[in-house]
Design a protein around this ligand. Structure first.
Ligand SMILES: Nc1ncnc2c1ncn2[C@@H]1O[C@H](COP(=O)(O)OP(=O)(O)OP(=O)(O)O)[C@@H](O)[C@H]1O
Ligand SMILES: Nc1nc2c(ncn2[C@@H]2O[C@@H]3COP(=O)(O)O[C@H]3[C@H]2O)c(=O)[nH]1
Ligand SMILES: Nc1nc2c(ncn2[C@@H]2O[C@@H]3COP(=O)(O)O[C@H]3[C@H]2O)c(=O)[nH]1
Length: 903
């Protein structure tokens, strides 16, 4: 531990290379050794070759190799946030040897507001764009530029950019007017990032531009001679290779005050105007770079060197008397030398100010001591690239970032008054961090093992969790979590009690839900859903509450799949749903008997089945060919369909009870709706009257209300996907394109049925739940007239008609004024103007004049009499369905690749 005295001059927050201190002497020795070392003949072959043929070439490569160790904290954070791929994040973290938790970021953000704010804005911007056209390209180019920068990148990254899927036919074309498709129109294709990313030439273009952008950045970093900011690197063994420059040129390193290798040498005198000194390189720079390169190569942790026996020669080489006298110095053997391990470990932020001043007196010159004492409040200014960030005074810690994250200094610190700083050397700091970290880890792991939800987790998982835990404390009455706020963290209570309350709709009152205590958790819902907290968590204990906090990334990787986490605080609906699914736990595929075919979907048939031994019920079994799902790249959609249908508990949505799989197929066991498709009835009747249409539209409004309140977009509304149950109530089926969105986010996948897609989908502008309101208007029109408003002879013509807008459509006379008014309000070109998407939400649709007098309550309770009662004689009556010939293609090939393991 050293105390340094900065009488109003620039303070580089790193250790200095002053020749006077023990450490400085060691660094000097290192330089000297680096300069005078004769290369062993069996050095690193690659480097020595480059070295001998072109010294500067070696240096450039050396520095560029260095750059991977010298990512700035901002780089790490940006990549972390921009990338939704955990693999990249963890690789970057591993690369830097440190795993900052999200919470730490939050805390740092709060600490260094000004500093992070700019980055955060940029990150937010990029995040928003990430799914957009440019966003995707930006992501790719970022990642590609990162690849040039020696970051380890996920090789699958490029594939993650969505590509257009194959069109798949649904039913015999003669029967269908509209088919579900997921292929963009060809002119939309030209504008679509999906397609761009699919084209090899475009990809290579973008990568080449990314490369050139990066190349210049890489050159920049070579210009930045950063060596003197990371002197700790010099603690490693000296180079085995010859230095690129003749040794005589650097017989002695310049002291810090002499050297011209200063990156941000802002010179400040107390109460004087700054004068900035230009960055220059001196002749020692290249040597230092070389030495640093060697040092990094040789960074075999000092433990290794500890085992080397002391030799008298080594003893002689030790330059610093101070270092040798403290008895903790390392040996300097032929392999290199090490810094002394500090014996005194004092956390930098816990000193008493008086004592510090006292210590300083012993070391600094007498004249300045008095001044130092006078100016009790030493102050430093933090700046970045010449921009003022903040002023620090009092017992503040600075310079920890570069040490923690193994990166370049992230800011320049300038003393603006006379300052006394206590410096702690990297290795010492890291030792402290490591020791406290290990103790902490053991404590946390023990605690986690005692928590019931974690009891079955493997030890290494518990250790991983312990590594990233942060402990936080709250006082009585504190809102630890506030309902409606954005949330990014998961909590486990380690001490005390909290109260859970939920604010009731339309009142300010908070309803008490439950108390949670030690070992309980909370905060999982925002992480599983759309970021928003669903309840308040208030500190209840008089002596406060302590929580262990886990960031989103760790939660997703290690915890989110625990059943207990998923369902501990289920709302009533979800609990009911789970109970229903529970009934089917013991049913196997072999227990099912096929009665008849109900329909044919894109991936196979839907069969009416019964379980052996129970003739009182029937089910619909959707059977999907795995090979075809893979061919059309619908894996993700199928998983999403399973998840959404399996959890939905709404009487206007077909229930999925259980899923099965074998080598060839995936299966979904659903409730059967024997009233047939609404499309079949419409085909037979031609069109519906106003009130019939109102009833079916209202059923869809209810289904959308359920889905949209959970931020789920449906995206495939059409009469074919509306099934009638035996009573005549309509249910939504086929959730192949349904998707859970994050609040305020859009999605860009081109999918739907041509006649029903909204303009923003065609134009690839990004869409959200408002696209469902567009399709609701189309459905109303089709039910009232028998034909959708936007109908062309082929999808391309249909899209053209859609883009001309609803006002270009002639409404037949049988559409009432109110109905046409509602259709027009739903089919607005601008998604934000659509009814249902505005402030009042979907209730605006329910309140529209066309629904005047409609008995919504009766619909919700299923007491309202449906307009058409289908004839269903028994649970196996399939007369309301068309006949389907056997599948001419025969069974598909096996697929045992395992992509469907979670199905
Ligand atoms: N639960 C059910 N009860 C009765 N019939 C059903 C049920 N589920 C599906 N069907 C019938 O099977 C047809 C195809 O089902 P579904 O639409 O789910 O398959 P898909 O492969 O997703 O079809 P698409 O290619 O149209 O998206 C439906 O249109 C309907 O006629
Ligand atoms: N980057 C940055 N660093 C700051 C800020 N305020 C204080 N610092 C400190 O400045 C130090 C400069 O060196 P480090 O990057 O090691 O660690 C940095 C922080 O400890 C700020 O707003 N931004
Ligand atoms: N919504 C809800 N949350 C609860 C309940 N009981 C405890 N909680 C917790 O309260 C937390 C509030 O924040 P989250 O929504 O992230 O996660 C929530 C749950 O972990 C409950 O009955 N309902």
């Amino acid at each position: 531990m050293k105390i340094k005295h900065y009488p109003g001059k620039a303070v580089d927050a790193s250790l200095s290379l002053e020749g006077t201190s023990a450490m400085g002497a060691l660094y000097e020795a290192n330089w000297l050794r680096a300069a005078n070392q004769t290369p062993p003949s069996t050095g690193n072959s690659k480097l020595s070759r480059q070295n001998s043929s072109a010294g500067s070439g070696f240096l450039i490569e050396g520095i560029s190799a260095l750059s991977k160790y010298q990512m700035t904290l901002e780089n790490i954070r940006q990549l972390e946030q921009q990338s939704r791929d955990k693999h990249i994040v963890s690789t970057i973290k591993e690369l830097n040897g440190y795993r900052p938790s999200a919470l730490q970021h939050h805390q740092q953000q709060q600490m260094h507001n000004g500093w992070v704010a700019e980055d955060q804005e940029q990150i937010d911007e990029i995040e928003e764009e990430i799914e957009s056209a440019e966003g995707k390209e930006k992501l790719v180019s970022l990642q590609e530029s990162a690849a040039v920068n020696h970051y380890v990148l996920d090789p699958t990254e490029r594939q993650r950019v969505p590509r257009p899927r194959q069109q798949f036919s649904v039913k015999p074309p003669s029967l269908r007017r509209s088919q579900t498709m997921s292929q963009p129109p060809s002119y939309a294709t030209l504008r679509s990032p999906h397609v761009t990313s699919n084209k090899p030439q475009n990809l290579s273009n973008s990568s080449s531009s990314a490369y050139s952008t990066f190349s210049s950045a890489a050159e920049d970093s070579q210009d930045q001679v950063v060596i003197c900011q990371q002197p700790q690197r010099l603690m490693a063994p000296p180079p085995r290779e010859p230095p690129p420059e003749p040794p005589k040129r650097v017989s002695k390193p310049l002291s810090r005050s002499q050297t011209s290798v200063q990156r941000y040498a802002t010179i400040r005198m107390p109460n004087q105007v700054n004068s900035r000194v230009a960055r220059t390189r001196d002749s020692t720079a290249s040597l230092r770079r070389h030495s640093l390169e060697q040092a990094i190569k040789g960074l075999k942790l000092e433990e290794e060197k500890d085992t080397h026996p002391k030799s008298p020669v080594n003893e002689q080489r030790q330059i610093s008397p101070a270092a040798s006298s403290n008895g903790s110095s390392k040996d300097l053997n032929g392999e290199g030398f090490c810094i002394p391990r500090p014996r005194l470990i004092v956390p930098v932020h816990t000193y008493a100010r008086r004592r510090r001043t006292g210590n300083l007196k012993e070391q600094s010159s007498g004249g300045q001591d008095e001044e130092a004492e006078k100016d009790d409040d030493g102050r430093v200014e933090v700046s970045r690239e010449g921009k003022y960030l903040s002023t620090l005074s009092g017992a503040k810690v600075l310079g920890e970032l570069a040490i923690l994250y193994n990166c370049q200094r992230t800011a320049t610190i300038t003393a603006i008054t006379e300052c006394n700083l206590w410096a702690i050397e990297r290795q010492c700091f890291q030792t402290i961090m490591m020791r406290t970290g290990l103790i902490r880890q053991a404590e946390y792991s023990d605690f986690l093992k005692s928590v019931p939800i974690f009891k079955d987790l493997a030890d290494d998982t518990l250790i991983k969790i312990s590594d990233v835990l942060e402990e936080t404390h709250y006082q009585r009455g504190d809102y630890i979590v506030r309902q409606g706020a954005r949330g990014d963290t998961f909590f486990i209570i380690s001490k005390g009690k909290v109260r859970v309350t939920i604010k009731q709709q339309d009142t300010q009152e908070e309803k008490f839900i439950r108390m949670l205590g030690k070992g309980d958790f909370f905060g999982e819902k925002a992480l599983q859903g759309d970021d928003l907290r669903t309840a308040n968590i208030i500190c209840e204990s008089a002596d406060g509450v302590s929580c262990l906090v886990i960031d989103r990334e760790t939660f997703n990787q290690l915890i989110s799949n625990l059943d207990e986490i998923k369902h501990r605080y289920d709302d009533e609906g979800a609990m009911e749903r789970r109970k229903i699914n529970e009934e089917f736990r013991d049913i196997n595929l072999t227990d099912l008997r096929v009665i008849a075919t109900l329909g044919v979907g894109g991936f196979g048939r839907v069969e009416l089945v019964q379980t052996n031994g129970d003739g009182s019920r029937s089910f619909a079994l959707k059977q999907m060919k795995k090979s075809q799902i893979v061919e059309t790249r619908q894996q993700q959609h199928i998983m999403s369909e399973k998840e959404i249908m399996g959890e939905a508990n709404c009487q206007f949505i077909v229930k999925l009870f259980k899923t099965f799989k074998d080598k060839k197929y995936l299966y979904m066991l659903m409730e059967s709706c024997l009233g047939g498709e609404l499309w079949t009835i419409l085909r037979d009747k031609g069109n519906f009257d106003d009130s019939t249409t109102r009833f079916y539209t209202a059923c869809v409004v209810e289904a959308f209300d359920y889905l949209h309140s959970r931020n789920i977009i449906y995206r495939d509304l059409k009469p074919e996907n509306l099934l009638l149950n035996e009573r005549g109530y309509v249910k939504l089926v086929d959730f192949g394109f349904a998707k859970k969105l994050q609040t305020g986010r859009k999605t860009w996948t081109f999918c739907g049925t041509p006649e029903y897609v909204a303009p923003e989908v065609i134009l690839n502008r990004g869409h959200d739940i408002s696209a469902d309101y567009w399709s609701l208007g189309v459905l109303m029109f089709e039910l009232l007239t028998g034909t959708p408003p936007f109908t062309g002879s082929d999808p391309m013509r249909t899209y053209n008609i859609i883009l001309k807008g609803i006002d270009a459509i002639e409404f037949p006379r049988n559409i009432t004024r109110n109905a046409s008014n509602l259709i027009k309000k739903l089919c607005r070109d601008n998604p934000a103007e659509r009814l249902g998407y505005q402030r009042g939400g979907i209730s605006e649709i329910q309140k529209h004049k066309w629904f005047d007098g409609f008995y919504w309550w009766g619909l919700q309770n299923c007491t309202l009499e449906p307009p058409i009662k289908p004839a269903v004689k028994s649970v196996v009556d399939t007369t309301n369905f068309d006949d389907y010939p056997p599948d001419p293609e025969g069974p598909p090939p096996d697929d045992v690749t395992g992509w469907d393991k979670d199905f």
